[in-house]
Write a protein that binds this ligand. Sequence first.
Ligand code: MG
Length: 350
Amino acid sequence: MAERVTLAQGAGGEMMDKLIKEKILKYFVKESNAEIPLSMLDDSAVIDDIVFSTDSHTVSPIIFPGGDLGSLAVAGTINDVSVMGAKPIALSAGFIVEEGLSAETFETIVKSMSIVANDAGVPIITGDTKVVEKGAIQEFMINTSGIGKRTPLLDKNIKIVKKYRSFNQRWLLDSNLKKGDKIILSGNIGEHGIALMSFREGYGFETEIKSDIAPINGLMEKVLSIGGIVAAKDPTRGGLANTVNEFSEKSNVGIILEEDNIPIPKGVRSACDMLGIDPLEIGNEGKVIIGVVKEKADDVLTEIKKHPLGKNAVIIGEATDKVEGVVLKTTVGGKRNLHKPIGDPVPRIC
Ligand code: MG
C-alpha cells in the first residue's frame, strides 16, 4: 500500500523529526549558504545577518479562552525570532479562509493580530489572502513569517558570556549549552494546551485555565540586557520535554531538572491527572526556557521575575556531564528519564 502522511507526523515529536529529516531536509539544505541553516532546525534561520522564521497555525477552535488564531499566529512567530537573541522587526500574514466563515469572526481574528503586533511593536507589513471551498480546510488557517535583526544588546550579552566561559557563536542556539549552564523557565507550563483541550472537549476546566499566549520579545530584551544568556527556546509543541531534549541533543550535554521546581498550576495538574497526560509534554505559547552561564543565573532570574510574563520564573536545572539525555530529579530522591514526546498529547493547539 502506498505510504501516506499521518497526523502523528505533524505532531512535533519524533515521528515529525523523521518526516522532516527524510522527506524535506534532503531537498532543501544543499544550496543554502545560511549562517544558521534549515538543517540546524532551530527556532529561526539566519542569512546575511537577517533572522527569518515562519509558522503555519491550524488551531481548533479558532477562538478559545485566553486567545485566538490571530494572537497565536503573531506571538508564535515573534517568539521564534526573539529566542535567537534577535529583535523582531516585521511580520507577514498569509490567510487561508474556508468559504462560509463568518465575516465578523474573520475580522475579530485580524483585529486580534493587530493588537498583539502593536503591543509587541512588530508591524505586519505584507500579506496574502485566499478563500477555499467549504471542506477544503477547517475554518481558517494563518501563516506568519517574521524577520529580525541583530542589536547591540545581543553583542553585549555575548561579551558577558565570554567573561565566564568559551563561546564562539553569534546567536542563541539550541546547541550552545555546556556543562554548568543553568536552565531557567519563565513561568507556569501547560496552560495553553489544557485551556484549548478542555474548551474543545467540554471538560469544564475552561473557567480557570486560559492560554498563556504572549509575545516574549520584551522579556528577551530584558534578559539580554543582564547578559550571560547562551540559549533560549519557546516550549511550544511537545512542551518543556521536547525543548529540553532539543537542548540536550543538539548541545551534546546531559541536563538534570529538579521536577519539584517546575511550576505547574493546580488546574493544569488536575486536568492532566484526569486525562492521563504529562504536563511537561503540553505546548505553551508565552514562555521561554533559557540557558545561562551559572555566574549570571541569579541576576537573570531576578530580572525575569520583574517582568509581567516572568513572575513565576524559576531555575529548573542545569547542564551536566553526570547524566546522558534529560533526567528529572525529585526532592524525595526519585529519578526518571524525560524523553521527547513521541506524538502530541493535545493535537491542533498551534
Ligand atoms: Mg520555537
